[in-house]
Design a binder for this molecule. Structure first.
Ligand code: LMR
Length: 391
């Protein structure tokens, strides 16, 4: 029977990790997969996580099953950071733990489909795994253009897509620090988007994978909070991979707002059933560590300080790139006003290949770079190589 299976192409982003690791050149630069790096090029475990993990080892007295919803202490402790004051919207918002943001996106899309969503609108370019998840869940996907050539978000397009989409359609939006473009909607844009969603009755799914890496935990929540304040129903997919540095531990959460408390309960009975059939229960350890941090004011302060250091470094790298102006045919100035880990450079697949082969610079084939891969000691080499290759 297995002869019926066709070999699948490796995930391009994950394949880059291996290609970079196999390169023996000492001046290689990894701008591929989205992990934060310090100015020394490391991805250390957060100090707050180290402290919480130690406390977990010292105090955890059982590893008996929890349930498909995972650690509700973790889920609830995150809510004020995501949703602000009145995080439950009067009992109309709750959540459950998921294996990473990917688990949350998968759950949200499958649930939307089961609830009657016939198609889903996705701004492109997007995180490549979005398309893979949508395809695997089997929902019709309609793409629209996320950004304009000047490096700003294409508000007119998203509004017209939402206006034309009916109540049986969903739209998947990035909450902040858009992956892969770094191009976010402004607060005014979000206002208009929320109004359009309300008048069209389209179902919003908001993916929040980088809260705190743009302008701050509060600032990066403006979009989703604006939408949630206006709509009756929404799904939020949340990842702690980046803002707690938990990448391989796989911790995220799925939240929903429903029109009534009863509908919320039914929604989560469905979400629990889907989770049970998919992964049964999420991994406990990372969520428990984050719960410990968020219930301890001192550990919370250590975490928020670490997040601020990351954010400031990303801003500095972006500013240095923007200050360089152009590199060959590439205008780097828009990167200064974009957010988070990523930016898309207007380069061809040949440019990407030449950067990798001739300069040991690894980036996604789409032209996406992870700006955290740049440090004050390699940024000049990167700009020079980009100028040589595209000039
Ligand atoms: C990325 O886009 O590089 C990250 O979100 C990692 C991943 O899972 O693709």
């Amino acid at each position: 029977m297995l002869e019926n299976l066709a070999t699948q192409p490796p995930d391009a982003l994950l394949a880059l990790i291996k290609m970079h690791a196999a390169d023996t050149r000492t001046d290689k630069i990894d701008l591929g997969v989205g992990v934060y790096r310090t100015g020394q090029g490391d991805t250390p475990v957060f100090e707050a996580i180290k402290q919480a993990e130690q406390r977990l080892v010292d105090t955890q007295d059982s590893k008996a099953y929890l349930g498909p919803e995972g650690d509700m202490g973790f889920v609830e402790a995150l809510m004020p950071y995501i949703f602000g004051a009145n995080p439950t919207h009067g009992g109309r918002v709750t959540g459950m733990q998921t294996p990473g943001g990917t688990g949350a996106v998968r759950l949200a899309v499958a649930l939307a489909k089961n609830a009657g969503a016939e198609r889903l609108h996705l701004g492109v370019p997007s995180w490549p795994n979005h398309a893979q998840i949508l395809n695997d869940v089997g929902i019709e996907t309609v793409t629209f253009s996320h950004a304009r050539e000047d490096g700003t978000a294409d508000l007119e397009t998203v509004l017209s897509v939402i206006d034309a989409a009916g109540p049986k359609e969903a739209v998947l939006l990035h909450g902040s620090c858009h992956n892969p473009t770094g191009i976010d909607y402004t607060a005014d844009d979000w206002d208009a988007i929320a109004d359009a969603i309300v008048s069209a009755g389209t179902f919003p799914i908001i993916d929040v994978a980088y809260q705190g890496l743009g302008y701050g935990m509060e600032e990066d929540a403006v979009g989703l909070r604006t939408v949630l304040a206006k709509v009756e129903e929404a799904f939020i997919c949340y990842s702690c991979d980046k803002n707690f540095g938990m990448y391989r531990d796989r911790v995220g959460a799925f939240y929903a707002k429903a029109a009534t408390a009863d509908q919320l309960e039914t929604t989560f009975s469905n979400a629990n059933a889907l989770a049970r059939a998919s992964w049964s229960m999420p991994p406990d350890h990372p969520a428990a560590a984050i719960r410990i941090i968020l219930r301890d004011p001192e550990m919370t302060r250590v975490w928020l300080d670490e997040l601020e250091t990351m954010r400031e470094r990303l801003r500095l790298v972006r500013k240095t790139l923007a200050d360089a102006g152009t590199a060959g045919s590439v205008d780097l100035t828009p990167l200064g006003r974009q957010n988070g880990l990523f930016a898309i450079l207007p380069v061809t697949p040949e440019h990407v290949k030449a950067l990798r082969e001739d300069h040991a610079i690894y980036m996604a084939g789409s032209g996406r770079i992870n700006v955290a891969g740049l440090t004050m000691s390699n940024i000049e080499k990167f700009i020079d190589a980009l100028a040589k290759v595209t000039g």
